[in-house]
Write a protein that binds this ligand. Sequence first.
Ligand code: ATP
Ligand code: FE2
Length: 336
Amino acid sequence: MIVLGIESTAHTFGVGIAEKKNGKGRIIANVKDSYRTMQGGIIPNELANHHIEICDSVIKEALEKASVNLSDIDAVAVSQGPGMGHALRIGMIAARTLAIKLNKPLIGVNHCVAHLEIGRLLTKAKDPVMLYASGANTQIIAFEGGRYRIFGETLDMGIGNFLDTLAREMSLGFPGGPKIDELAKKGKRYITTPYVIKGMDFGFGGILTHLKKKLREGHSKEDIAYSTQETVFAMLIEASERAMAHCQKKELLLGGGVACNRRLQEMAGTMCRERKSEFYVPENEFLVDNGAMIAWLGLVKYRSASAKGTKEEFSPERIAIRPYERTEEVEVYWRD
Ligand code: ATP
Ligand code: FE2
């Protein structure tokens, strides 16, 4: 079976192609084009125009990379949410049009759950706690009681948006996460920074205000970047460790763009070693938003629904965007 998946929850328009043959799943294409701004954040109308302009070429390139024709596609998958309405609608129109034209099923997929499932495909993780750290989302997710449940999450902004905003204050441009990552390596002095964990949840807004003040006071960007990473990553790892202890799970999986950060990976690795647990992180192209994870989860859902006779709707006319869908709302019928 071959599934083409479209990701379009935010700045990235991604198209991936997943295949299952002889009982083995694999990704045969993963192409994307991301909207960027020279300064400032996303302008929703511009974002929609970007996705409209490039959607055809990204789909074509993915088909070429996978060496398949449109007629080889057995189903189309699309990210329904959570995400920005302006972006989601373009992905949905493209996916629906393709499915109707090909007369194939359309499978709606939750973006956060897709981050986790692609990690299970590409690493040896079987039943992990996932630390999902991206631009708009920061959640600690694990499979319990038949669903993916959130054991800890941000109380305000996503950690990526926090890093991007801090970088903007430092005139570093967007995306700021990688730039702070580089600067942090040159930091020498730890500047005392608030450590904000409430129960299992965490917040970044107050820390941002504090760091802006430190910047105005003349502390070096390197020291601020270093202190930022040491503090906020420790918060995420602390909550992840407690989720692992609570759920009695022995695997940690990273997902989301911020998981590309080597220091975060290093801290996660140390924590897992100390707990005698396994630590997994897929390659960067599958950490950031991507179409491959949508295609893969679409394939898994469709095959499971067909085998079990689950009532999920796969008709292109009925699948709609779900901008506010939460991870735990998804019925996970494909796992035992
Ligand atoms: P979401 O998954 O919530 O829809 P998104 O589309 O913004 O969010 P991703 O593509 O997963 O997210 O990740 C983008 C984020 O990752 C940006 O905020 C960027 O700054 C951050 N990022 C990328 N590389 C690094 C790095 N090396 N260190 C820290 N942050 C990074
Ligand atoms: Fe994402």
